[in-house]
Design a protein around this ligand. Sequence first.
Ligand code: KIV
Length: 258
Amino acid sequence: MNNKFTKILKKKNRSKIICLTAYSKNIAETIDPHTDIILVGDSLGSTIYNYSTTRKVTLDQMVEHSKSVRLGVKKSLMVVDMPYRTYRNKKIALKNARRIMKETKCDAVKIEGGSSIIKIAEHLVKNKVPLMGHLGILPQSIKGKFKFKGKKIKERNKIFNDAKLLQDKGAFSIVLECVETTLAKQITKSLKIPTIGIGSSVNCDGQVLVIDDLIGLNESKIKFVKKFGLIKNNISQAVKKFKKDVLNKKYPTKKYSY
Ligand code: KIV
């Protein structure tokens, strides 16, 4: 593990970890000075391609977007999501993880699940693939309505035990997606590795959001999404100015011509 991992692990109980998604170079370059982790999430399926589920995202798509992101990431740790069915057994998982690591030069991969994928998680780590876990809502397995996790005692115990298992098998960090506040707190306190929350309260060691949601490029109505910017308005204003200048033959002037 390189220095970037050590820096992130050291932040536990000291300072919050800032994580955001990116799907392309320009966004990665813009957010990199402010982030600790940049995640090429398979949320690109819904965010960019308008897929109804992340299950449709392919390995090739993840690799191509990640190559673009790599061009913009200098200081953050870069993590790439392994898409649906690309880690369905140990052999396939290792082959695909190695492809992702080799072609995208990312620092780590992320897979969803707990006990059901623990042998795969262990196999990846044993073969020197740095691994981030993902518990709570698992978008690749979602059936029916999108509900937060950790209401019922059985579910709470499962998520808690899964978090411990992932830590024991060598995951360097775990994303907790839509995990009930007190459970997220309990997990975060019990683990040595950092938890990164999304819709899982302020109690996690870090926070992640989908960048398009944060900057207001998406029409997201999810409870945990706070729009920190309204970039759509900025784009609209710039396009309106361009259109006006073109219609009035004010652009391109001599300055912008050869
Ligand atoms: O795919 C993704 O962007 C994610 C984050 C929301 C954690 O998994």
